[in-house]
Design a protein around this ligand. Sequence first.
Ligand SMILES: C[S@@+](CC[C@H](N)C(=O)[O-])C[C@H]1O[C@@H](n2cnc3c(N)ncnc32)[C@H](O)[C@@H]1O
Ligand code: SF4
Length: 477
Amino acid sequence: MSQLPVINREVFGRYAGLSLPRHVAYPMPTWWHAVDATEAAELRAISTKAGRARDLSLYLHLPFCEKMCRFCGCNRTIVRKDGKSGAGKVERYLEALLKELELRAADIGQIDGRRRVVRQIHWGGGTPTYLDCEQIRRLHERTKALFDVAPDAEVSIEVDPRVTTAEQLNLLHEVGFNRISLGVQDFDPEVQEHVGRIQPYEMVKKTVEDARAAGFESINFDLIYGLPKQTVGTVSTMIEKAITLSPDRIAFYHYAAIPDRLANQRGLDHSALPDSDTKLTMMLEATVRFGNAGYEFIGLDHFAKPDELLAEAMKNGQINRTFQGMTTGAELDLFGLGCSAISVLPRAMYLQNEHDVNAYADKVLSGEDPGVRGMAFSADDAVRQAALMQLYCHCEIDPARLRREVGVEFAEYFEKARPQIERLVGDGLVQWTEPGGVRLTFPLGRVLMRNVAAVFDGYLPAEAAWTGMEQTFSASA
Ligand SMILES: C[S@@+](CC[C@H](N)C(=O)[O-])C[C@H]1O[C@@H](n2cnc3c(N)ncnc32)[C@H](O)[C@@H]1O
Ligand code: SF4
């Protein structure tokens, strides 16, 4: 076994395993409310208010998959390719998505008659490569026609190696995609069998080779740890196997288990879940093994090569944390299109579309606004979001940066949280910094980042960092 960083496991044990938010959004979706069409339009319009005029990021949700994975927590719908009604359902959804693109191009795609520059496009799912080549081309060409997409925009897509062909990859690159994310999850045959996703190493290797031959600039792997049947040994092997394929980035996700809400997860043996202490060792193995292979540890659960955009974004302060994990583009207004997609105007608002595929298509095609849940930020939400974003992205809260971003003094603003911060300092999770901010320690504070974050979350009780919450917060991708 590799040399793992020393950690106080007694302290870790007191904080670990609590139900706490991972803050892919602040305020968390739990606190959003239902919105009607008027409010949805008002929320979006914040983006075009005078003085804002940010460039754009577009997220398109493609929810279709051919087969269900038992661990999956994404918003996806299984449509078998050989089924009778499937093709019609997919086409209708695409029709709605194209219509929503047109609506957004008209309402937020321009300011004062000038088209706003799109700096990022991301297709997520479900499985975007469920679409055939003609559908992929149609959707992306239309996006480029409707929006002013920068020539050097980051254009990325999530692919499942089991269903993605070299032909699709060549086409994706030809139309403008330059970054790709592979759902790898785990290489271990026993784990794959248990989670219902058979995907041998050779298959992933072939997709990587096809993507490189097609010309993709950056390849990401999604890996999951904490699944039933995984051990420290299997996870270490998974990490080493991933390294042999030299991905540019890795998202090392903790398995979000919510079987009471997700029927597909009930097929997994949750009595065989690794315990918190074992999961800690898995995470530490990842930091050491990826670190030894030259990757930088980013945020809560990402790794990237030092010359990769994500690592560079961390250095130049442009790193961001969204529903897609750690991303670049902190300076952009993000608009989500498609069912369940979320729009994020940093420090201003969230808006989520109708969750169900058919209900989403019905709404858009009948001229109704698909936005159903969201919220506008209070001044306090904006301050706390800025502080939490710093904590998750940069592992510290820097008073000067907070002053610059939201105009408040850290010590004054978080005066009431001082006893909790002191307790975290006493337990060795954070340290005070010279300018009076706080920094996570490594490894203890880093792996308990969510507990530290709980202290700055205005919607949680003061003791949440130690007690956790009754409700499950493991909302995943
Ligand atoms: C939309 S999928 C990726 C594309 C494609 N559908 C696939 O699976 O290859 C997004 C990622 O979310 C992660 N994910 C899904 N369910 C999860 C869960 N319950 N806990 C943690 N990560 C999860 C997986 O790593 C998955 O690759
Ligand atoms: S993990 Fe990916 S392929 Fe599997 S069901 Fe979820 S979205 Fe579909």
